[in-house]
Design a protein. Structure first.
Length: 185
């Protein structure tokens, strides 16, 4: 486990765009490479923030009407690699921060987010090297800590955010399970 992890590359895929512009400007000013999904990309680009769309980063377009965006080995290997050296043979860059929030499940199958929970769980699995940021209120802590610590985030922050992210995913999955169960009655 590393006490501090330098944030060099961040994947941002958010439905809640509150605070996104200032957070994006901050990351850009810190030299963090930003990769983002189409909707997030448009907001960041409009704000003059340097970002690369996921489809450009992976070399594959978003497909099936946006149902498949981030489910790609370049993205998940970048998040899941324990050692960045493991990625070299595949020419994949590590992703140090996954900024992901989920769209609200509203009781119909088309609204089940697959990519978001998967990204969050990948970051949770590798919290020793990656931070999962799942709510705009966390942006201030990230910015404060990165300013104080030369662009790094502590294990304590990564663990705090992992606990919150795990709860978010658990609640999301429970909501989906409960909805499916309600269909049986």
């Amino acid at each position: 486990m590393q006490d501090y992890v330098k944030i060099n590359r961040s994947l941002i895929s958010v439905t809640n765009k509150n605070g996104l512009a200032s957070f994006g400007h901050f990351l850009d000013s810190m030299g963090v490479e930003i990769i983002s999904t189409e909707g997030t990309y448009k907001v960041l680009e409009k704000c003059g923030i340097r970002t690369k769309e996921v489809s450009e980063y992976t070399g594959q377009p978003e497909m099936l009407g946006g149902r498949v965006k981030t489910l790609h080995p370049v993205i998940h290997a970048g998040i899941l690699a324990k050692n960045v050296e493991d990625l070299a043979e595949y020419q994949i860059q590590p992703i140090d921060m996954a900024v992901v929030n989920l769209y609200r499940f509203r009781g119909y199958v088309e609204n089940i987010d697959v990519g978001g929970p998967t990204l969050i769980k990948a970051a949770l699995k590798n919290r020793d090297r990656v931070v999962a940021v799942t709510h705009p209120r966390q942006y201030v802590r990230v910015m404060d800590e990165m300013k104080r610590n030369d662009g790094t985030l502590s294990y304590a922050t990564r663990l705090d955010f992992a606990c919150e992210a795990a709860g978010l995913v658990a609640k999301y999955e429970t909501d989906i399970a409960n909805w499916h169960e309600s269909l049986r009655h």
